[in-house]
Structures are given as C-alpha cells and as structure tokens.
Design a protein around this ligand. Structure first.
Ligand code: ARG
Length: 589
C-alpha cells in the first residue's frame, strides 16, 4: 500500500491534469502536514507555483484543483484557504487501515528498495598509530547511522573503514622507534604509541634531518622493505585492537571484514596514475606528478595542484583515494559511494571527484558524495579539548558518559540494583553521546554539553528511551502482551480496529504514518538529524495523546485495544528508529 503522502500526491496531480491538462501534472504538490487540525491534516501549496505557468490567480487555480479532487476513500474534505492553499482532510478509515498495515509489518510499513542500489559507505577511517580521539567520533557514528538506514531500506551496503595505515605518520613513527630502540619491543601498547608519536612529531618539526629520514621510511615501507614492514605490522595490530575496543563500546557495526586500509590500494597506485596520465590530466611539477583541477586556487590565487605522486616517488592521500574510487566503482560496481569525513576536507573530495569524472570512471552514473560534518566545540566555544588543552581521548569520553548516566539513573530509579543500573547507564550514556551528535544538523559545529545530552527532557536520547520505557510499562501494568493485539485484522476494520476519535489520536496517527517518508528523506539527504527530529516529535505527540486519552482506563474494551495498538506502534517505531541511529533501548530506567 502506498503511504499517505504518495497517495495524496497522486490525487493532486490527477486533479491538476483534469483541471489544466496533462502537461501540468508534474507540478510539485508542495504537501505539508497542517499545523492546526482546524485546517485539516495536510495542506497542498501548489497553486502559487502554477499561477505563473497558467497566468491565473492562485486562488482560482486552487478552486479548480479542489473541484477535481475526489471525496471518498482517501479524502473526506478539501477546502481552499488564504491566497490559494488547499486544506485536505483524510478519511479516518484510511488512516486506521494504514496503521493496521504498519502494525502488521515487521518493517513498520517501510518498503524494501527495489531494485537495491550498491552503496559503499566510507566511515570512521581513523589514521592509525594514535589513540582514537574526539575527532573520530562524528565520522564513526554518522557513518554507522547512514549505513544502517540504507541497509534497512534494502540497499546493498558495503562498509569501508579506510584506515590510514600507510601515510607519513608511519614514517615518523618508524624512524623514531628504530632510533630509540623501541622497535625491538614486542608489546608496545597504544598509549606508548601515543607518547612515541608525540615525540616523533616534535622531532619532525624541529629537526630537518630527522624529517628527511622519516620521509625515506615511508618510501621504504611503501616499497616493501622487510624491516619497515615488520615493525609496521606490529603497530597496525595494536592500533586495530584498540580501535575495535572503541567500536565495541560505541556499538558501531564495523568489523575487521570492513577494513579497507590505505595500504590495500598500494599495488593499484601505479596503474591508477597511469590511467590519469593517459587521460592527459597529469603535469610535472618540480619532480612531482600533479593534476590541476579547474576552480581550485591557493591563498595567492594561483591554480592549486593536487599531487598524485610525490617528488620522492611516494604516493599520498590523493592517490590512494583515486585508487579507492576506481576499486569501488569499477570492481565493486557501486552506484553510490558515500564518504563521511570532516568538512575541512571538502576541497580534497571535490578535487578527486572531479579527477575521477574526467578520467572516465563515473560513466556508469555512479555518484560520489562527500557527507561532511562540523567540529565538536567545548563549552568555551573553542574546539573541544581537555582542561589541560590536550586532545580528548574517545575512550575517556565514553567512560565519562556512562558514569554520568549512572548518576542520572540512580536519581531517577533508585530501586534498581547495581548491575541493572550499570547496564542501563551504558545504553543511556553511550546513546546520549551518539544521539546528541546525530540530532545536530551535521554540517554545523556543535557544543559538547554533558548536561544537555543527558537531559530527560528535550530532543535527547534519554528522553526517547524514557518514552519507550513508559510505553513498555503500560503493557506490564495492564498485563497485556502486544502480540495479542491485531490492529483490527486484515484491512483494519475488525472488532479491535484502530479508532481515531480524539484529536490527539489522529495527530499521533499522522505522525506515525510519516515514517516511510522520513526514512526516504534521510537516505536521500544523508542527514540523520531528520530521523531524530521525527522521533522527538513522535514522542511528543505520544505524550500529548497519553495525557488526553486514558489507555488502560479507557471506557470501552474497543477503545482500550485501539489505544494500546497505538502505544505499541509508537514503542516499536521509537525502538526501530533509535536502532537505525545505532542506539539501544532498555525496558526500565
Ligand atoms: N584517514 C583520514 C583522516 O583521518 C580519513 C579518511 C576518509 N576516507 C577517505 N576515503 N579519504 O583524515
């Protein structure tokens, strides 16, 4: 069954065609949910746009469209208002039967993509050899949410964790480890590596001879030097172990099977450079091979080259990304490649996307998308740092989240035992951090604010998790097993049919039925905050409904069942929605 908005859009375009001819049927119906139930359920604002094309008054156009709208199964009323809005009132039987279908569907009425697209999602992708820090949070959780949502749609999703295991940082580290003798140690931990990396960085910045030796080490590594290789492998094993620990704590779905490190592309680099060369795009620049992409300039306003091969023979970040495009689009035949990476890298992506297009790798119609995001700021309005001014370790943030959530839970539900509290605090604390990030429009910077993210009121994970808990407790209290509800049987018209008598019930129904559209819009825009806003509004509509409409104490069994069915739909939608964001729910809190 098509969703409500799709049905309305079809009726409107048919009405336009009848009123003005088929050539106008493509007009965007500009359908919005009505803000006030007095004006019906939806408002169509297409008359204003058509006014120019038809050279008529919007109000007359709206009247003409209205005349052609059928009143019956779908609409019970259509009214023209203001300068030419068309207010639409839906037939409650249609809403009830759509809700019944949603209730019976284990996908809550969300259709499966047909045909599915092949999508590669490149996310997390930290540079190894350092501990993961706050700067790795956004890509990891935004990418994970996007991958989950696309997968839920039925797209064929391949996750790529494009870890930086091959770049200049390894030159520094290798050289420093060899010179200090640390290279002989077999149990260097990630925190050792953190310290060693900092030391190496200082030497790199202050000692040009060291910097030169370090550059050479990268070339050694990339050309297969056994000593460099061996030390490097140990570093990688330890870094991956640490990374997996953070992922597991975050509840992120990446596994070792998703690793597609920069080093994976090493063998492909010469061929890739050749292909770019053959396309006539490469210029020599002081020994390096570079590509000038139109429209990119340095601070002095000179054309800005992208180096695909360095003067010392090494390959860098751009070359690897070009090889990765080729692999993803040509070998894996991806239709869409999504890069979830800090917005500060936007020019890098625009440049190599253009090169890939110019070389002819995108002729299949494959789409490359950079999903950028802003910076996490501290309460002082500067990039988030520790009090001492150091980078914030991700592991520390996650531990603090659980500790803080534990206090919130202890205040809220003092009767829980320590173990229960610990488990719940984990779900609530980690969920709060993730949701706070995801609920912000990703392009913007946001301020990392513990109090706001853990608040039990407002657009937060704890608020939504708590709404879920409340509904579950209604069922416990009433000793009702939701699976005994039927939503009114096939077609929704049976004895325990969903009844939308109260304004708050109707508002809740309309909100529930938007889920398929929301999922689609998140998948198209790759903006998870849209799902957050939806879930928050759903929980808010639920609370209004719950205030106005007694559920267990409803005056008839039929009303009670109908309201319980609505409650269950809200609970399942919240649970599913949060899961798509990578956030769990609990039964009590
Ligand atoms: N490792 C890179 C960094 O930390 C991010 C990689 C993103 N993915 C990509 N294909 N460039 O900045």
């Amino acid at each position: 069954m098509p969703d409500i908005q799709t049905t309305l859009e079809r009726l409107l375009s048919e009405a336009v065609a009848k009123a003005f001819g088929n050539e106008f049927a493509d007009a965007d119906p500009i359908l919005r949910q009505a803000t006030n139930p007095k004006f019906g359920d939806y408002q169509a604002n297409l008359a204003m746009g058509l006014a120019k094309r038809l050279n008529q008054k919007p109000r007359d156009i709206a009247e003409a469209i209205k005349e052609k709208l059928p009143i019956g199964d779908v609409l019970t009323d259509a009214q023209v208002a203001g300068p030419g809005f068309i207010n639409l009132t839906l037939n409650p039987d249609l809403l009830a039967s759509q809700l019944a279908a949603m209730f019976k569907s284990d996908r809550l009425g969300v259709a499966v993509a047909d045909p599915p697209m092949k999508v590669v999602v490149d996310y997390a992708s930290p540079n190894l050899a350092k501990e993961m820090h706050i700067g790795h949070l956004r890509s990891t959780i935004i990418g994970d949410a996007i991958a989950r949502i696309l997968e839920f749609q039925g797209q064929h999703v391949t996750r790529h964790n494009h870890i930086g295991d091959w770049g200049t940082q390894f030159g520094l580290l290798l050289e420093h480890l060899i010179e200090t003798g640390w290279a002989n140690s077999t149990d260097t931990s990630i925190s050792d590596l953190n310290v060693l990396y900092k030391e190496a960085k200082v030497r790199d910045d202050t000692d040009p001879a060291f910097a030169e030796r370090a550059r050479k080490r990268v070339v050694d590594l990339q050309s297969g030097d056994p000593q460099a290789r061996k030390i490097w492998e140990q570093l990688i094993v330890e870094s991956i172990r640490h990374m997996n620990q953070v992922f597991s704590c975050l509840g992120v779905k990446l596994t070792d099977d998703d690793l597609k490190p920069e080093s994976f592309y090493n063998d492909r680099l010469p061929g890739v450079i050749e292909a770019i060369e053959n396309a006539g795009l490469i210029r020599d620049c002081e020994g390096a091979k570079v590509v000038y992409v139109e429209g990119f300039f340095n601070k002095e306003g000179e054309p800005l080259p992208m180096a695909v091969k360095k003067a010392d023979g090494g390959f860098g970040y751009p070359a690897t990304d070009l090889a990765a495009v080729q692999y993803r689009v040509k070998d894996l035949q991806a239709d869409r490649v999504v890069y979830v990476v800090d917005s500060r890298q936007k020019d890098h992506f625009r440049q190599f996307f253009k090169i890939a297009a110019d070389v002819g790798w995108l002729t299949s119609g494959a789409e490359l998308v950079h999903v950028g995001f802003g910076t996490i700021m501290g309460l002082d309005g500067k990039p988030f740092k520790t009090r001492e001014g150091d980078t914030v370790r991700l592991a520390d943030v996650l531990n603090e989240a659980v500790d803080r959530a534990s206090k919130v839970i202890a205040d809220k539900a003092p009767d829980l035992n320590a173990q229960e509290r610990e488990e719940i605090a984990r779900v609530v604390g980690i969920g709060a951090v993730k949701y706070f990030d995801l609920s912000n429009y990703r392009i913007k910077d946001y301020v990392f604010d513990w109090d706001r993210m853990l608040a039990l009121e407002g657009n937060t994970a704890p608020y939504l998790q708590n709404a879920y808990v409340r509904i579950r407790s209604i069922f416990r209290k009433g000793e009702v097993d939701p699976s005994t509800l039927t939503g009114g049987g096939d077609g929704g018209g049976g004895a325990d049919a969903i009844k939308l008598e109260h304004e708050a019930e109707r508002a809740l129904a309309l909100q529930l039925l938007q889920l398929p559209r929301i999922i689609q819009s998140v998948a198209d825009s790759l903006e998870p905050h849209r799902l957050c806003t939806y879930l928050y509004e759903l929980a808010s509509s639920f609370h209004k409904f719950y205030e106005k409409c007694p559920v267990l104490a409803a005056d008839t069994d039929a009303r009670r069942d109908s309201r319980l069915t609505l409650c269950d739909l809200v609970a399942r939608t919240l649970k599913q929605g949060l899961e798509l964001l990578g956030i769990n729910t609990v039964e009590r809190m």
